[in-house]
Design a protein around this ligand. Structure first.
Ligand code: NAD
Ligand code: SER
Length: 314
């Protein structure tokens, strides 16, 4: 039986992962945490602690109080916000991760933390991007993600901390809005299609990025955490993807359900620069081989589900 502390539990991933893990392992065994507390199902259905990950003492106390054996570390500053506030991104993403790894080392915990497609840069091969390749990102977020992958490798090799992670692509979900990333357009487009039947894309036509629907992302986290550690070669940085599309393709897919939906473009040059520096499509063979990664949702299946769920929500 696992006892897990989740940082950033009120965010896009945490809000869904916490509930799923509570279903699997029992509410009292899954401790949500956040930099502040607002009433949500995460705070109301099980233990919740205020934990600022830049404060090692707060992490240590929460881990000790609940005697956790895993930490799922989700607290972070994402790519678009990170370019506006690089100092904050470095502090939260690097010092936060360092604190988590130190608490894990002292308390014998495993750590799952996601990397990102942002760990790649303009010199990375763009198509079918290999697992092991050039990583020279040009965003602060990307710099912290590459350094984070290496730091997690270091803690595994040097101290035996059971660290694991995936390079997530853009995640699409209907429960909690995304928190300041470059791929957020692929969530906002569904809301606007249903609310106003119009969307203005900040990302240019023809810009391909990898994407994934949240149920697959949650499965990736759980399946990798439950995998046999002895079989993992790329433990902290598995490429995972479910689909790759550009704005016009997601527009056309939504239009199949909402025929009078219209889209135009007003490209945000800051976001576009980031998007242009990321891969078009990842090769995720290693995740499939080492721990059985197998996503269930493509663009068509995701769009149908997103529109159904969002209709009820909105
Ligand atoms: P999010 O922005 O939705 O949630 C992050 C949470 O961290 C927020 O609730 C925020 O309040 C919290 N936070 C910020 N600073 C904090 C601090 N100092 N202490 C504690 N909490 C703090 O992010 P997410 O989408 O849930 O992402 C979770 C992880 O997955 C991050 O590492 C992110 O880089 C990674 N990831 C996400 C995506 C995606 O598309 N959502 C893609 C690739 C990787
Ligand atoms: N969705 C994330 C972002 O755009 C990718 O890490 O920042």
């Amino acid at each position: 039986m696992k006892k897990i502390l989740i940082t950033g539990a009120l965010g896009q991933i945490g809000s869904e992962l916490t509930m799923k893990l509570r279903d699997m392992y029992g509410s009292n065994n899954i401790i949500g945490s956040g930099i502040n507390k607002r009433k949500t199902e995460v705070t109301e259905t099980g233990p919740f602690e205020i934990v600022d990950v830049t404060n090692a003492k707060e992490i240590y106390e929460a881990a000790k109080k609940h005697n956790v054996d895993w930490i799922v570390h989700l607290a972070a500053i994402l790519s678009a916000t990170g370019e506006k506030k690089p100092e904050l991104a470095w502090n939260v993403n690097m010092n936060g991760l360092y604190n988590i790894l130190e608490v894990a080392r002292e308390n014998g915990c495993g750590v799952f933390t996601p990397s990102s497609i942002a760990a790649f840069g303009p010199s990375t091969p763009k198509d079918n991007t290999p697992q092991d390749t050039l990583q020279r990102p040009e965003t602060m977020y990307g710099v912290t993600k590459v350094a984070g992958e290496l730091l997690c490798d270091y803690y595994f090799k040097k101290y035996g901390v059971d660290t694991r992670g995936v390079r997530f692509p853009g995640l699409i979900s209907y429960k909690t809005l995304p928190g300041g990333g470059t791929t957020d357009y692929a969530v906002h487009i569904y809301y606007e299609a249903l609310k106003n039947k119009r969307y203005t894309s900040p990302i240019a036509r023809g810009t391909y990025m990898d994407m994934m629907y949240m149920p697959d992302a949650i499965d990736a986290i759980i399946n990798l955490m439950e995998a046999d550690g002895a079989k993992l070669t790329h433990r902290n940085a598995f490429n995972v993807t479910a689909m790759s599309f550009e704005p016009n393709e997601i527009y056309n897919e939504i239009k199949r359900h909402i025929p009078d939906f219209q889209m135009d473009y007003d490209v945000d040059e800051n976001l576009q620069k980031i998007a242009d520096s990321w891969p078009n499509s990842l090769n995720d063979t290693m995740a499939r081989d080492e721990w059985g990664w197998n996503p269930k949702y493509d663009l068509a299946k995701m769009t149908q589900d997103m529109l159904e769920k969002l209709k009820t929500k909105i």
